[in-house]
Design a protein around this ligand. Structure first.
Ligand code: PLP
Length: 414
């Protein structure tokens, strides 16, 4: 495997940083420290070059053209499909559907598979730590069909209560849709076991991989999930493109999502027949440039080494956890045994938004608020948190700056 072969002995973070032009900029007169990676990662030069390369070299619409530019653009676009297939270990390229991102992937399943398979009285299971993108589409479906949404509870550490999940499963369970890694807490869920139990109960499974794909090795075949949704922009790729993986037999049986160009075989006013997979779910001109550049992001990850990035992020998480725990009045929200590189916290007598503004004044970008997980914030009885999330280019020195910046902010707010 390329991935294994390319793991380097030591991690040269300064070398990685040089690949990200944005890290050279200043914010409020200070060098940018970017800790909002769970919202979106920064983009390496390779991705930016792929974007400009397409627009300056071979911009054309794909699939139907016979001229050179159209053929080059189609080949580059379809190369990304092959790269994603390898990246997530899918059986075939037909199982890789390009979407706008995780949100659209989940909506696609709710609108197609959901409308075909969910009836009154059926049950859909999600968890208490879902992003709104993995709550609302199922809520809408349940309302329309008279089905019921059931929620796996979490404990104070922000871990799913597996025994409670098993109790929720039953003959009426038709879908289990859970997040692989929580964007708000970092918790990594035991999705393999969740999927196994769902399958034993006869349910179909969807994994929200928005936060896991950048940090964990994903193999959809090993996971045996039925659907897996991801966003390119969370793994060093462009915004506005992502993937829905689905098992071929399910994708073939599902009704179409959007109608339009590309997803048809033949159209007449009497009857339209649909294109084969994966094009059946790709109506209209797709986001060609960003999808092409998505492959450059995957190439970047392979070149640096996913295992190397993971180890680096683990080191940053451990270091930051120790640093932040030492700050008086600061409480970390989400202390699961298995976490991605996300630290959410609250500080006594300091509103997360005020902390965020004071950190921004020091050039430090963090996210504040409910992180699109309002029910989870309700569980912790807080309006929101301040969240620092780390990526391949972050350093321990930046975490020192965060800790010092927080001390300064807390003093100003007290
Ligand atoms: N699910 C999780 C866990 C997320 O963190 C996000 C984005 O933050 C999403 C879904 C939605 O992703 P997107 O906005 O790229 O569709």
């Amino acid at each position: 495997m390329i991935k294994e072969a390319q793991i380097r002995e030591s991690y040269e973070v300064e070398q990685v940083r040089r690949e990200f032009p944005i890290l050279r900029r200043e914010v409020k007169g200070k060098p940018l420290i970017y800790f909002d990676n769970a919202a979106t990662t920064q983009k390496p030069q390779q991705v930016i070059d792929a974007l400009t390369g397409y627009y300056t070299g071979y911009n054309a619409n794909i699939h139907r053209g016979i001229h050179t530019l159209a053929e080059e653009a189609t080949a580059a676009f379809e190369n990304t499909r092959d790269a994603v297939q390898r990246f997530i270990g899918a059986d075939s390229r037909e199982e890789i559907i390009f979407t706008r991102g995780t949100t659209e992937g989940i909506n696609l399943v709710a609108y197609t598979w959901g409308r075909q398979n969910i009836k009154a009285g059926d049950e859909i299971i999600i968890s208490a730590m879902e992003h709104h993108s993995n709550i609302v589409p199922w809520q809408v479906l349940c309302e329309e069909k008279g089905a019921k949404l059931k929620v796996i509870p979490v404990n104070e550490k922000g871990e799913l209560l597996f025994e409670e999940y098993i109790k929720l499963l039953g003959p009426r369970t038709k879908m289990v849709s859970v997040v692989h890694a929580s964007n708000a807490l970092g918790t990594i869920n035991p999705v393999r076991q969740i999927i196994d139990a769902a399958h034993k109960a006869g349910a179909v499974t969807l994994i929200d991989g928005a936060q896991s794909t950048a940090h964990l090795d994903i193999n959809v075949r090993d996971l045996d999930c039925d659907f897996f949704a991801l966003s390119a922009h969370k793994l060093y790729g462009p915004t506005g493109t992502g993937v829905l993986y689905g098992k071929k037999e399910l994708l073939e049986a599902m009704p179409v999502f959007q109608g339009g160009g590309e997803m048809i075989k033949e159209v007449s006013f009497e009857k339209t027949t649909y294109n084969q997979l994966p094009y059946k779910y790709e109506a209209g001109t797709p986001n060609i440039a960003d999808t092409i550049a998505f492959k450059a992001a995957l190439d970047f990850i392979y070149r640096i080494g996913k295992e190397q990035i993971r180890r680096h992020e683990e080191d940053l998480l451990g270091y930051a956890t120790a640093q932040l725990r030492a700050i008086r009045g600061l409480k970390i929200i989400g202390e699961a045994a298995e976490k991605t590189s996300v630290i959410s916290f609250v500080v006594d007598n300091a509103h997360p938004q005020d902390l965020g503004i004071l950190l921004d004044n020091q050039g430090i970008a963090v996210r504040t608020g409910h992180h699109c997980t309002q029910p989870l914030m309700d569980f912790f009885c807080i309006p929101g948190t301040t969240r620092a999330s780390f990526a391949a280019y972050n350093t321990r020195a930046e975490i020192d700056e965060l800790a010092a910046g927080l001390q300064k902010a807390i003093k100003l707010l007290s």
